[in-house]
Design a binder for this molecule. Structure first.
Ligand code: BGC
Length: 611
């Protein structure tokens, strides 16, 4: 028999061992690795197997019909992503053909040693707008006027479904710019000049597109263009912004912070410079502020040809992870990056970080498990349910700026209505740039209804169309005059010194339409189709009612539903509305916050019917 002390020691040891076993078995039972942890482990193991060429390949995005000489290049050059923008379609206008095209490319990617799937990117900026027949929503400026996060979320969900149905899983939207100068040709791609509105709607858009990334209808969203795109001097695309870092942080960064909080998968860097430093090479903003400061762990993607345009490997060192190696950049990008790594100009840690971010999004989205498009989604493209939401967005985006003697809503008792202006019967014009083609279309497209269609649907009396106000109808009860800008995209829409195609005022021809009818003494309702506020002080005075309808997209009949009072106006100005052209010089840039400038209407203005 052991002595008493020894017995106690023995007992205590036993207790200690048993407790240890219990704790360890308890904790190993409880320790279920999170999806994120498992994904990081998978990335570690994949990274450890990858050659430098395979890593650089992952960092490469190309156009499938131009930058690669044949499909084998996807495998031979270990391409990480394919973008479709401008240029030939994957065969006729059939979603099944698009899916088949991307399936073929995906098979190439999967045939490689490590079988890493591709991401398919597209600029679905107001619906899956590259597909003729998709549901096209109002451009973001209209969504900013509606200022309804739930609606933005639904529109984003629909965009995701229609993207997936055409074979894409990564969109370069939302544009979260805050335009401080309406001379910029991309004002309409952004929600508002208000940081607050933009931040709120950014969250809704990212959540609607991505959901939790595991949903069958999740796609990767992109907050763009980081940062200062809308705040360049004179509003020139890719220009320079002189805003201080404090102002950038206070006014331009909040939507990015919100996007990161919502888990946005990618951020696109901008063409512009900040205090003369190109944003693509701006390490302080990309790496220190966005990645380290905000904790962004997704992909920083370059903009078009960003590598050759903005300093080659400097952009990788600044923090760009994936490069749009398009229009002749592919070999140059891959060769220079390889050489730079071999010469230690770019560290392998930076490359691994970039590839880790790309693989992370691929795992999160589940493309390793489900690399191919789902053909069962195809019937959802442009379906009635989607169009109903887009029509609601059209109605909610319209802003009523004047309603003299309550001429609106239009009475069903009227006998004859005259509709004027080429914008009334042109779905392309009412949709702006990024519609069916990059620069938009002049004419109708599949599934769209025009404003004239909508008026004819709603009004039981006679509707006469006088396209160019050449045959004025003197006995009409009222003239609905639909005028505005014709489609433009990116720098094409910059106004600059005002000598180009676009101006801050209505075209003279369009001013005449309004004059012709007001001089006849006919009541006029002006519907302005534009991607930004225009100086229309005189036309607002001349007309009886004036509506800013922005760029409503494919559901033109939403306009008539409000004009005839089936629904009330809800939209409020997402930008202040300049009173005269000279205000553009003083309102923005260094004087932007000069409160002595009095716009014609303040941001937030908008009347309604008060039923
Ligand atoms: C635009 C981006 C767009 C990209 C890809 C660029 O020219 O600035 O907004 O996402 O092209 O099409």
């Amino acid at each position: 028999m052991k002595p008493y002390n020894e017995q106690i020691r023995y007992f205590l040891q036993l207790l200690f061992i048993l407790t240890g076993i219990l704790i360890s078995s308890f904790s190993s039972c409880k320790k279920v690795d999170s999806r994120e942890t498992i994904i990081e482990r998978k990335i570690d193991s994949l990274l450890s197997l990858m050659t430098l060429e395979e890593k650089i390949g992952q960092m490469t995005q190309v156009r499938h019909f131009k930058d690669i000489s044949n499909d084998d290049d996807v495998a031979n050059k270990f391409i990480g992503s394919v973008i479709h923008t401008q240029g030939p379609l994957p065969s006729e206008n059939k979603a099944a053909e698009w899916q088949a095209r991307f399936r073929k490319l995906q098979e190439q990617a999967l045939s490689t040693r490590l079988g890493i799937p591709l991401l398919f990117g597209v600029d679905a900026v107001h619906g899956q707008n590259t597909y003729n027949g998709a549901t096209i929503f109002p451009h973001n400026i209209g969504m900013g006027a509606a200022n309804n996060p739930e609606l933005v979320r639904k529109a984003a969900e629909i965009t995701a479904i229609e993207m997936l149905a055409t074979g894409f899983n990564w969109t370069f939207s939302p544009c979260v710019a805050i335009p401080y100068n309406e001379k910029w040709g991309r004002v309409y791609e952004a929600f508002s000049e208000s940081t607050e509105i933009t931040t709120k709607l950014t969250k809704a858009a990212v959540e609607g597109l991505q959901k939790n990334m595991e949903h069958p209808y999740s796609v990767i969203a992109t907050a763009k263009h980081f940062v200062g795109d809308g705040a360049t001097e004179e509003g020139s695309e890719g220009g320079n912004t002189t805003l201080s870092m404090e102002e950038i942080s206070k006014r331009l960064l909040p939507p990015y912070k919100e996007a990161v909080k919502s888990g946005v998968g990618s951020v696109m860097v901008s063409f512009n410079s900040v205090s003369e430093i190109s944003m693509h090479a701006h390490k302080e903003l990309i790496t220190d502020t966005l990645k380290l400061g905000m904790g962004f762990n997704g992909i920083v993607v370059s903009d078009w040809k960003g590598f050759s345009r903005f300093g080659g490997v400097n952009i990788i060192n600044a923090g760009v992870d994936m490069v749009m190696a398009v229009d002749g950049d592919l070999d140059f990008f891959q060769d220079s990056l390889k050489k730079s790594v071999l010469n230690n100009w770019v560290s392998i840690e930076r490359i691994d970080d970039a590839v880790r971010r790309i693989l992370r999004q691929k795992y999160l989205l589940g493309v390793f498990e489900n690399p191919f498009p789902d053909s069962l989604t195809i019937p959802q493209i442009g379906c009635v349910e989607h169009r109903n939401i887009a029509r609601q967005a059209v109605r909610e985006s319209m802003v009523l700026l004047k309603n003299h003697n309550n001429i609106l809503p239009l009475s069903e008792r009227a006998k004859k209505i005259i509709v004027v202006g080429e914008h009334a019967e042109n779905a392309g014009f009412q949709s702006g740039g990024w519609t069916v083609t990059w620069r938009g279309v002049d004419g109708n497209y599949i599934g769209a209804t025009t404003i004239l269609d909508g008026i004819k649907k709603m009004f039981k009396g006679e509707v006469v169309y006088d396209k160019k106000a050449e045959n004025p109808v003197k006995d009409a009860d009222v003239a609905i005059i639909v005028v505005g800008e014709s489609p433009y995209v990116e720098f094409f829409g910059d106004i600059g010194d005002g000598t180009g195609d676009y101006t801050l005022t209505l075209k003279e021809e369009h001013q005449k339409y309004i004059e012709t009818y007001t001089e006849l003494g006919i009541k006029t309702i002006v519907v302005l189709i534009s991607g930004r506020p225009l100086v229309t002080t005189r036309q607002i005075q001349q007309s009886d009612a004036f509506i800013a309808a922005w760029l409503p997209g494919s559901e033109g009949d939403g306009i008539a539903e409000v004009l005839f009072g089936k629904y009330d106006f809800k939209g409020k100005l997402p930008h202040s509305w300049p009173a005269n052209v000279s205000q553009y010089d003083g309102k923005y840039g260094p004087n932007y916050w000069d409160k002595s400038l009095k716009p014609l209407f303040e941001i937030g203005y908008g009347l309604n019917y008060e039923f």
